[in-house]
Structures are given as C-alpha cells and as structure tokens.
Design a protein around this ligand. Structure first.
Ligand code: PBG
Length: 318
C-alpha cells in the first residue's frame, strides 16, 4: 500500500487542509504600516489597511480563521487600551467584518499586550491579582464582541476567567459569542519571538505563577475540564509540538473541539534551520502540522498557514 502516491492516499489516516488552519495577525495603530518581525520571518505587524490585505489573502486561500493580537498606542498598569471601543483590535475587527465578512475573526483576550509591566493581569505588589483581573478580561471580551468578533479566546490563564467572560458576554447580549479557552497553556520558552511581535515581554519576573508547569500533563486535562465546566466551547493546548501527548489526552478525555497553537518559537526554529539549509521547510512544516493533527487537534494556529495553503493549491495534501 506504500508503492505509489495514489495507493498511499487510499490508506491515509490524517490530513491537513487550509481550512484546518488559523492565521495569527498583529495589528498596530496608524496606516500604511507593515513592519517585519525580525525573529519571525514572514510575520509582520500591520496597520488596519494592510491587515485587510492579509486577511483578504487568508480568505482567498481558504484558511479557517484568523486570530488578532493588538499592539496599542499606549500601555498602563491596568491595560486600559485593551478594552476601549476605539482600541486597535476593536477598530480592526470592525473593518474586517465590513471588508471580509465571511472570514471568521477570533480575538485574543489578555492584558499582557496592554499593560506597562507586560503581565497578563493587574498587579498587587509584585504578583498578579487573579480576581481583580477577571472583570477587565470580561470587559475586553465584550468590547471585542461588540466590534463584531466571531469568537473570543482568553489566553491570560487566570482562574475563573471563562466563567467571568461568559457572564460578561451574556449580560451584554452576546450570548451567542463562543469562547475558545487557552486551557492547557504552558509557561514556555517558545513564546520568545511572539513577545517581540506583540511587544509583551514582562518587565520583571516571568509567567510561571499563572501559566502551567511544562512537567504536568494530567493537570492540562483538568484545566480543560474546568474551562468546559465554566462554559468554554473549544479548548486549546499551547504550545503544540512539544505537547502532543497533552493534545491527545485532552481530546480523548473531553471529546471537545481541541485547537493547538504551534507557537512562535516552534515556527521560528524550523524557519531558522531551513535558512541554514539544514532542513526542507515545507516538508518539515507539513510533517509537524500533520503530527499535531494526528495527535488530535481539530484546528491549528500557525504562522505558516498562508504558505501551507499556497503549496496545498499546487501539490494537494501534506
Ligand atoms: C498572550 C499570548 C502569548 C502567546 C499568545 N497569547 C504569549 C505569552 O503568553 O507570553 C504566544 C503565542 C506564540 O508564541 O506564538 N498571553
């Protein structure tokens, strides 16, 4: 059954299609802005006008959705630029829903891009105040939904945030806006390049007091179940490549839609190795994406989504 391509196709268990992929995009204030992110070749920070082009491409290429991250004009202790009606993400979502209405738009809900200290919640002394952060996250989610976001995705890892966001959305009439919870989100070294892109490196300490210990797989299942009990519609495992076992067990134990985030560092190291001529980028990427799907992920967030879809048009499945 391995002798020819068509025969191999007849016993193929897993596929990756462009519609399985979600493209992360970074939006900045202004117009005509397109700034490459050095540590993530192929990824740019863009203003809304340029973002519309990228989103148009994503739609044309048949990608499943995009997820937006905002880099605001100012940052403060409480991340107030993150929940303004005229914030960068809110403006971008309105433009997207006007210009590319059929492309599902997910928004990342977290304070780290908007706080002056770069932590994912508000501080009490030197620690993140979990409960004081919850109403701010709910407010941010409501402002995204009001702008037209199709789904909201909290990535902050505060306890109880899914319930707080669900209640906040319902109270404002957004009872049909689904929540994708970053449930098993680990304190990972692989977020480095993203923090360059989102300008969200913590100014002191690290995120280990709220993101998960990479040693804990069973806890990932528990986190996913808690988020589901609080009202999550979809759960996420992040990073993806180093956590395939967690993807498999969360899928097996919950039966819920499971998304996996192939994060910035996981992307950057493949691109860097390919730049040195050490691996073939498209073959390596296809293999990794296939592996993430084989582990049980329904959709994958990946910076490689457009490149994958372009090749897919020409060559077919991975
Ligand atoms: C924000 C957030 C992060 C990522 C997605 N949302 C960074 C972090 O927690 O520091 C990482 C994505 C990536 O590395 O590609 N909370």
């Amino acid at each position: 059954m391995r002798r020819t391509g068509p025969l191999r196709g007849m016993v193929r268990e897993t596929t990756v299609a462009p519609s399985d992929l979600i493209l992360p995009l970074f939006v900045v204030p202004g117009s005509g802005v397109r700034r490459p992110v050095t540590s993530m070749p192929g990824v740019d920070q863009t203003s809304v006008d340029e973002l519309l082009r990228d989103a148009g491409d994503a739609h044309q290429l048949g990608l499943g959705a995009i997820i937006l991250f905002g880099i605001p004009p100012y940052k403060d202790l409480e991340g107030t630029s993150g929940y303004r009606d005229d914030g960068v993400v809110q403006k971008a979502v309105r433009a997207l829903k006007r210009e590319v209405p059929d492309l599902p738009v997910i928004t990342d809900v977290c304070l780290c891009e908007y706080t002056s200290h770069g932590h994912c919640g508000v501080l009490r002394g030197d620690t993140v105040d979990n409960d004081a952060t919850l109403p701010l996250l709910a407010r941010m989610a409501v402002s995204h939904a009001a702008a037209g976001a199709d789904l909201v995705a909290p990535s902050d890892m505060m306890d109880g945030r899914v319930a707080a966001i669900r209640a906040g959305l319902d109270a404002e009439g957004f009872d049909e806006t689904p929540i994708i919870a970053y449930s098993a989100k680990y304190a990972s070294a692989f977020y480095g390049p993203f923090r360059d892109a989102a300008e969200s490196t913590p100014s002191f300490g690290d995120r280990r007091s709220y993101q998960m210990d990479p040693a804990n797989g069973r806890e990932g299942i528990r986190e996913a179940k808690l988020d589901i009990a609080e009202g999550a519609d979809i759960v996420m495992v992040k990073p993806a490549h180093a956590y395939l076992d967690v993807i498999a067990s969360v899928k097996g134990e919950t039966g819920y839609p499971v998304y996996a985030y192939h994060v910035s560092g996981e992307y950057a190291m493949l691109v860097a190795a390919a730049e040195r001529g050490w691996i073939d980028l498209s073959r390596a990427m296809n293999e990794v994406l296939l592996g993430i799907r084989r582990a049980g992920a329904d959709m994958i967030l990946t910076y490689y989504a457009r490149e994958f879809a372009r090749a897919y048009r020409v060559e077919g499945t991975a």
